[in-house]
Design a protein around this ligand. Structure first.
Ligand SMILES: [Zn+2]
Length: 351
């Protein structure tokens, strides 16, 4: 698919890329929808459904880069055959790294927010503690355990696992942040999952908000399945499309995170994808380690800012004030289907 695209011609006419993406059905966008150009001046490419390979899809939603305010409009479609929602056209595979600069939130080295710095650090550390607690529900880790985190970003979760359990910690990310001081304790591999090879299986493989960014999610799951020990567990967290926050915020839903989020998973499409990869569902949860509150805060902010981008330095104060006010609601985060979902899987039949 990407091999056929011509970045130069796609850049000059995102509409062309979209039209081609419609495939043999020749389906026109829904009435009232403005057609492109999409993604501003960025090179785009059409893509078939990540789950079933179908090229028949219907317009779902148009989004902006609400997080950073970079220009461009991005289209999500819904597969006519399996209902997966994905970005189409997408940023060309050889250009997507441009959208993960040093300000990208999961890769941020910045942690100086003045008087609020201790609160910010506490919140980031809390996120890693929540990840570790979620893993501990399914697997007891010790120094003999092996943990792999796909899309490890700045690696703080693995550093925590290593420090608290002694487990061997391996991280994969296409962005090389191995220069961060705590990364010394981690076996870091730079690149995509498909480019990796491991000679021993893992007891735990985690994908924290990775699969919605992945250009090959079905292949990644199949690959990870092959690396999982017979009694190992894989923990996969992604935003939940069929959640309350999506219904409230619509095209300003933080889970759209265009253009970095290439696939938007409902409960059903996520479960279908893991099962197609030969994985067995141990448990599915309507929450995750990532705070649903972030989506509530960012959703309100994105509505107000209307695509101008969120200045994290200015938002950090209101963020914590809002979290304190929302505390009674957040007590029920695990029951309210606010924004996230997590699926815990094993190799089917333990094989
Ligand atoms: Zn499909």
């Amino acid at each position: 698919m990407s091999a056929q695209s011509n970045p130069a011609d796609a850049a000059s006419a995102g509409t062309l890329a979209f039209d081609r993406a419609q495939g043999p059905s020749g389906r026109a966008p829904a009435a009232g929808v403005t057609v492109g150009p999409y993604a501003g001046a960025a090179a785009t490419e059409p893509v078939a459904c990540y789950a079933c390979g179908s090229q028949r899809a219907t317009h779902f939603m148009e989004a902006q880069d609400d997080l950073t305010g970079k220009p461009g409009r991005f289209r999500f479609v819904r597969c006519d055959d399996c209902a997966l929602v994905y970005q189409n056209p997408r940023i060309a595979a050889d250009r997507i790294a441009d959208w993960y600069d040093d300000e990208y939130i999961a890769h941020r080295k910045k942690s100086d927010f003045g008087l609020l710095t201790p609160l910010y650090r506490w919140a980031m550390d809390r996120h890693d503690r929540r990840k570790a607690a979620l893993v501990r529900r399914y697997v007891a880790l010790d120094a003999s355990s092996r943990v792999l985190d796909l899309g490890c970003g700045a690696g703080t979760f693995l550093a925590r696992i290593k420090a608290t359990t002694g487990a061997h910690a391996t991280g994969v990310d296409f962005k090389d942040l191995s220069g961060l001081p705590w990364m010394d304790a981690i076996d870091f591999r730079c690149g995509r999952p498909q480019e990796q090879a491991f000679d021993r299986p893992f007891d735990v493989i985690t994908l924290w908000h990775f699969l919605e960014h992945d250009y090959e999610p079905q292949a990644t799951l199949a690959q990870a399945r092959g690396w999982l020990a017979p009694r190992g567990r894989m923990v996969i967290e992604v935003p939940r499309l069929d959640s309350v926050s999506f219904r409230v915020f619509g095209n300003r839903w933080p889970g759209l995170q265009a253009p970095q989020h290439t696939v938007l998973y409902s409960r059903d499409t996520l479960l279908a994808m893991v099962e197609r990869a030969g994985l067995e569902v141990i448990e599915w949860l309507p929450w995750g380690a990532f705070p649903a509150y972030f989506y509530l805060f960012a959703g309100v902010a994105f509505k107000l800012l209307r695509g101008r981008g969120l200045d994290l330095g200015r938002a950090v104060g209101p963020y914590f004030v809002g979290e304190a006010l929302a505390a009674p609601l957040l007590l029920f985060e695990k029951q309210l289907n606010l924004a996230m979902q997590t699926v815990v899987v094993a190799r089917r039949g333990g094989q």
